[in-house]
Design a protein around this ligand. Structure first.
Ligand SMILES: Nc1ncnc2c1ncn2[C@@H]1O[C@H](COP(=O)(O)OP(=O)(O)O)[C@@H](O)[C@H]1O
Ligand SMILES: N[C@@H](CC(=O)OP(=O)(O)O)C(=O)O
Length: 450
């Protein structure tokens, strides 16, 4: 059996839902369907999830709510009517959206309950439509599917025991329609994964029922070798390993949530990214191991919003415990870090700017200055990372030199270079203003080999 997940772009309108129906009914092994909330119909449109966030903010500020509620209800109404469904199917959806305003604003799961309503109502609507079209299907709430998660609002993690329950879904007769993006805590509270988390639901269910495949449907013909917003007509990748995808998802390939890889990978379920608008295209397969050797660089990702904490002290390499003191200072302030390129006498800690408030920054510099007495200590903002990814990079000499030369030719200066010992990825850290040009330069350098 296959688990199929349809993203918001695949469910944004009646026309899209019609395509989803055709895809599901074309293959009788597609038994579990995970749906997102209606997404954008065109670039400037608003996703239902974002409209629910705006609704929640108004609710929290005790603002007027009617316009927010109406906009969301209207999204579902226009879809249902265009699908030829009876107007009354909207009644329970409208009631549910309005009832959110009676939740307890102080409950830490209220925000998640608002957001989850986007997928929950959509899954019910889709199931009703599929049924009316003669498909033997059933809506199942994540609590009944067995998706039980830790009580971390907006950042849920599946509790391992959940898999014991989830596997019963494999024995059900009907096609199962499950809303993505959220689970419930042991106390029964609705708790979402982080944004884009319907991909995680699909992966969990695929692992739980030991699916033969997890098909993730979106609006592109698979994963491109670089962001389509920066590179015109980028090369589409036929096959990627889980490790490569993990690196790419981490560093900016927004097409798949990076946490969605683990469940499918551990259960050895192959994952395929496919296009709802072009379902005959084979898409991109994500596999545990590649059969044939690949090009040195299979994908190039980039991401901005990084800061670098720079510490220099003469004879740092001889000072026992130096690194521990740096990491303890970060830990004590609850700051997570991403990378740590080092030299003999210096060390840089790369941190996402969103996790470094002005106040934290001040405390961090003060603590480090007192505990380390460094020669130099400062934080640089406005950095981007460019990540070249490929498991077979280690077998090709000169990848770093080629990438660095491509940047030099365009006059782009590199702040730092970092490569882990597994050599799956090679990272350049540079000024945010150079990010797009750097991506184009490196893409052009490796383009013909990808
Ligand atoms: N390397 C990449 N390959 C393919 N798509 C990418 C890549 N990087 C970013 N994207 C973007 O990701 C989008 C799909 O992700 P998302 O918006 O989450 O879709 P969905 O709503 O279907 O879940 C694509 O439309 C594309 O613009
Ligand atoms: N609707 C949620 C969850 C999700 O996964 O959506 P999508 O599949 O459209 O990325 C969000 O926007 O974050």
């Amino acid at each position: 059996m296959k688990v199929v997940k349809f993203g918001g772009s695949s469910l944004a309108s009646a026309g899209q839902i019609e395509k989803v129906f055709n895809i599901v009914s074309a293959d009788s092994t597609r038994k579990i369907v995970v749906v997102s909330a209606p997404g954008k119909r065109e670039a400037k449109d608003t996703k239902v999830t974002d409209a629910l966030i705006a609704y929640y903010n108004a609710f929290k500020q005790q603002d007027v709510l009617d316009a927010h509620q109406e906009w969301i209800i209207e999204r579902y109404r226009s879809i249902a009517l265009a699908l030829g469904m009876d107007e009354t199917v909207i009644d329970p959806i409208a009631e549910n959206i309005k009832a959110l305003a009676s939740l307890d604003v102080k409950n830490k799961f209220t925000y998640d309950t608002f957001l989850a309503a986007g997928e929950n109502n959509n899954a019910k609507l889709v199931a009703q439509y599929f049924k009316a079209k003669g498909l033997n299907c059933r809506y199942i709430h994540p609590a009944d599917a067995g998706i039980i998660v830790s009580a971390q609002p907006s950042n849920a993690r599946l509790l391992k025991d959940s898999y014991k329950k989830i596997k019963y879904l494999a024995d059900l007769e009907e096609i199962i329609i499950v809303p993505g993006f959220f689970g419930v805590t042991e106390a029964g509270e609705v708790c979402t994964f982080s944004r884009g988390g319907s991909d995680i639901t699909g992966s969990i269910l695929a692992a739980g029922v030991k699916a033969e495949m997890y098909e993730n449907f979106t609006d592109v013909d698979g994963i491109f070798a670089a962001h389509p917003g920066v590179i015109k007509n980028p090369h589409s990748i036929k096959e990627l390993t889980y490790r490569e995808m993990r690196e790419l998802a981490y560093s900016g390939f927004s097409v798949l949530h990076d946490e969605a890889l683990v469940p499918a990978y551990r259960a050895n379920v192959p994952l395929v990214i496919k296009n709802t608008n072009n379902p005959d295209h084979p898409g991109t397969r994500i596999v545990t191991k590649r059969e044939t050797k690949g090009a040195p660089v299979v994908g190039i990702a980039s991401s901005n919003g990084f800061a670098s904490l720079f510490i220099n002290k003469y004879l740092m390499n001889k000072e026992v415990g130096f690194g521990r003191k740096v990491l303890s200072a970060l830990e004590n302030l609850g700051i997570r870090f991403e990378h740590m390129p080092t030299g003999i006498d210096d060390m840089s800690i790369i941190i996402r700017e969103k996790y470094l408030s002005k106040q934290l920054e001040k405390s961090l510099l003060k603590n480090l200055s007192e505990s380390l007495h460094p020669d130099e200590l400062y934080i640089e903002h406005g950095l981007s990372i460019i990540m070249l990814v490929g498991e077979d990079m280690k077998e090709h000499a000169g990848v770093t030199a080629r990438a660095a030369r491509a940047l030099a030719v365009h006059g782009i200066s590199i702040s730092m270079i970092s490569q882990g010992s597994s050599e799956v990825s090679l990272m350049f850290i540079l000024d945010e203003k150079d990010e797009k040009q750097a991506l184009r330069a490196i893409y052009d350098e490796f383009y013909f080999e990808i």
